[in-house]
Design a protein around this ligand. Structure first.
Ligand SMILES: [Zn+2]
Length: 92
């Protein structure tokens, strides 16, 4: 018989091979016969994933900040060019 971990979600157990639902710990799956080598806590939202998401958020914020900085520089250059053109035009 193949061995696989028994997944635990709160008070429920799931076979990691066939996803069979069990309301108590079993040594083997009643559905597919897989022997359970260990009980593994199933986390729907692993902390590592949340940390990764926060990192992505920070990266996104940085990109947005950089973009607005470039926008400000671009707007300033455009304004300076406009003033320059206006000055040259008025001199004539
Ligand atoms: Zn099973």
């Amino acid at each position: 018989m193949p061995k696989a971990p028994l997944l635990r979600r709160g008070e429920s157990y799931f076979c990691s091979e066939c996803s069979h639902f069990m309301n108590k710990e079993h040594v083997a799956c009643p559905q597919c016969g897989t022997e359970f080598s260990e009980v593994m806590e199933e986390r729907p939202h692993p902390e590592a994933d949340i940390e990764r998401l926060e990192e992505l958020d920070e990266e996104l914020e940085e990109t947005t900040e950089r973009r607005s900085a470039w926008l400000a520089i671009g707007a300033f250059l455009l304004l300076a060019l406009g003033v320059l053109v206006l000055v040259l035009f008025l001199r004539r």
